[in-house]
Design a protein around this ligand. Structure first.
Ligand code: 5GP
Length: 193
């Protein structure tokens, strides 16, 4: 998505350890116009899927998940993160290694929010090594729901997670794919649409 790529070049900040900060327009202060145009793009891409739920993981995926769910006219569900493995109650859960924090956490969703008849679209802000996405894919699998695919705002293609997940047959759509962030110079993978 050209508008997103241009905004990343203008306002994105490359931090240590291949982390891109987009706090000024996506993650902390949110450009709501851009957010809703990104949601429209996601809807366009997955218009052939009978999506019934959008799933993300707290916290930074929630904004785009709500925007996308609004366009589809379905509920947005988010997985909660916890440090302990003692998640209480009837939940689907998956252990995930956090790229940005370097620690493991457990993501969990109450069983009552996902049913076998659901068609789930996973949405997140970033796709790096793919751990967060794999965790959510596992949760959808545990619920018996159908996975429509996954949409992310920014994929860091050079970390390989997106292509690894695509190779398992999951439909992964990224609004912007970074091929490199070497020495602060950002290059994008040409889009197919
Ligand atoms: P993965 O699990 O694919 O390695 O990383 C995805 C998760 O880590 C996303 O949910 C996102 O919150 C966080 N993340 C990964 N890379 C970045 C980055 O460069 N910038 C920011 N702000 N978050 C990132």
């Amino acid at each position: 998505m050209k508008e997103l790529e241009e905004r990343i070049l203008k306002d994105g900040i490359v931090l240590e350890g291949d982390v891109l900060s987009v706090g000024g327009f996506l993650n902390q202060q949110i450009d709501t116009g851009l957010l809703s145009r990104m949601a429209d793009e996601i809807k366009r891409e997955f218009s052939d899927e009978p999506v019934t739920k959008v799933l993300t993981v707290e916290a930074s995926g929630i904004a785009i998940a709500i925007a996308a769910a609004t366009v589809f006219g379905v509920p947005a569900v988010f997985a909660k993160k916890s440090r302990t493995s003692n998640v209480v109650g009837e939940v689907y859960s998956a252990r995930v290694h956090s790229f940005t924090h370097g620690t493991d956490y457990l993501m969990s969703v109450p069983k009552r929010y996902l049913a076998p008849e659901d068609h789930v679209l996973i949405v997140d802000d970033f796709l790096a090594n793919g751990e967060a996405l794999q965790g959510m894919i596992s949760i959808v699998g545990q619920s018996g729901a159908t996975l429509a695919g996954a949409a992310v705002e920014i994929e860091k293609g050079f970390q390989g997670g997106g292509d690894r997940i695509r190779s398992t047959g999951v439909r992964v759509f990224s609004l912007a794919v970074l091929d490199s962030m070497n020495r602060g110079v950002l290059t994008f993978r040409p889009s197919h649409s």
